[in-house]
Design a protein around this ligand. Structure first.
Ligand SMILES: CC(C)(COP(=O)(O)OP(=O)(O)OC[C@H]1O[C@@H](n2cnc3c(N)ncnc32)[C@H](O)[C@@H]1OP(=O)(O)O)[C@@H](O)C(=O)NCCC(=O)NCCS
Length: 368
């Protein structure tokens, strides 16, 4: 690596169960849900967690983190389950001194995903990239001396406790804290199984914002002959999404390839969120991308205000997507919306009263 060259941190790191990727614009709502779920822990242990951020603040943070990664000046990472794409942890490899070179790893694990070894697995992988790819001579982990679970991550990942800094700083709640400094120096003691830019990543599904960079590719995605009656062309969907309020639109990616599009009727005033449009392009169908995309839509909707159910309606006819939705846990409601049968995925137990209140025209699905 020559001086002045960008640090060669990979775009993706794959471990046995996880994918570690940089933050993306548009992830703010999802990360904010994870912060809210985990706030008790974060407020106790993480220096930055002195208040519960709003979605806009988290989104601004994600965007700035994404920019830093693209510039290769810092390496914030989102840790996701390889199969489902679920966000399980947030971490970062932070350059501390380019002369040494020296880095520090920070991490937190989302409530509900702790105790499964995900963070240790991710820390081992990032440490290996730091030592072997970036040529680090030292990687540190700092944590509150009382945070035993975090200390165990450092120890299980092979870091050595070098010292305990007494009254080192104030925790977010104002308490004086001692800080444990763990460090790893080359060589990596026990090379973990980690693959950088792995082939499996080609099939990892993510939902990403539509932008000037991918809009054309999305408009070029086409369906199998005869499927056109089930969903509008993407160019029309994107134009409508632009003008219809409360529309959440995302490109479906497999690895770095755009393979589909989803539009959600996303009105926070209503408990009824619905898939308005959804398509996976002909060449990419039957590979599980649709299933993974819907799983992530469900995750997103779970974090929305008042959400009790996710609806999907479809045009009848041979090859219609009802069996697809049924396999993912949607059930027929017996109701029709603009001539289309409505299916429901329940996010929680719901009362009959709510069910009866459901508006019949959540969104005009028009002829598609
Ligand atoms: C429906 C659609 C989004 C599914 O995407 P996909 O990536 O092909 O789906 P997956 O590969 O994740 O399939 C998941 C399961 O559903 C099944 N499935 C998918 N589409 C199906 C269909 N039309 N009929 C019957 N089964 C279907 C798959 O066989 C698979 O079953 P398995 O788990 O037993 O193997 C995609 O086929 C598509 O874009 N169709 C045309 C447009 C459309 O109908 N959109 C929905 C408008 S509401």
């Amino acid at each position: 690596m020559k001086p002045g060259e960008p640090l060669p941190f990979p775009n993706v790191i794959e471990t046995e169960r996880l994918l570690l990727r940089p933050p993306q614009p548009g992830e703010g709502a999802e990360v904010n849900v994870a912060i809210r779920e985990t706030y008790d822990d974060l407020h106790r242990w993480m220096e930055w967690a002195d208040h519960l951020p709003g979605v806009e603040e988290t989104e601004a943070f994600c965007r700035s983190a994404s920019d830093k990664f693209q510039d290769r000046t810092d390496f914030p990472l989102r840790v996701r389950l390889k199969e489902e794409g679920t966000l399980v942890a947030v971490m970062g490899l932070h350059p501390r001194d380019g002369e040494v070179p020296k880095y520090e790893i920070g991490y937190w694990c989302r409530a509900g995903f702790q105790g499964k070894g995900y963070v240790t697995e991710a820390v081992k992988a990032v440490t290996r990239v730091a030592l072997e790819t970036l040529g680090a001579n030292r990687v540190e982990i700092h944590c509150d001396a009382r945070n035993l679970r975090s200390r165990r991550v450092a120890e299980r990942a092979g870091f050595r406790l070098e010292g305990e800094l007494k009254n080192h700083m104030r925790a977010p709640n104002g308490r004086l804290r001692d800080t444990c400094v763990y460090a790893m120096t080359p060589p990596v003691p026990d090379p973990p199984s980690v693959v950088v830019e792995a082939a499996g990543y080609l099939h990892a599904v993510t939902l990403r914002e539509v932008s000037g960079r991918n809009v054309r590719a999305l408009c070029d995605l086409s369906l199998k002959p005869g499927q056109e009656r089930f969903v509008a062309p993407n160019a029309l969907s994107l134009a409508e999404a632009h003008y219809m309020p409360n529309t959440w639109v995302r490109a479906v990616y497999a690895g770095e390839t755009p393979v589909g599009l989803v539009l959600l009727d996303d009105d926070p005033e209503e408990p009824y969120y619905s898939i308005w449009r959804m398509m996976i392009a002909a060449d990419h169908q039957g590979k599980g991308y649709g299933r993974k995309a819907v799983a992530q839509i469900i995750e997103y909707v779970r974090g929305r205000p008042n959400a009790t159910e996710l609806l999907a309606s479809y045009n009848q006819g041979e090859g219609n997507p009802a069996p697809f939705y049924r396999k993912l846990g949607f059930v027929e409601t017996g109701e029709m919306d603009h001539g289309q049968p409505v299916m429901r995925f329940s996010l929680q137990g719901q009362s009959q009263e709510q069910k009866d209140d459901r508006p019949s025209d959540v969104r005009d699905p028009d002829s598609w």
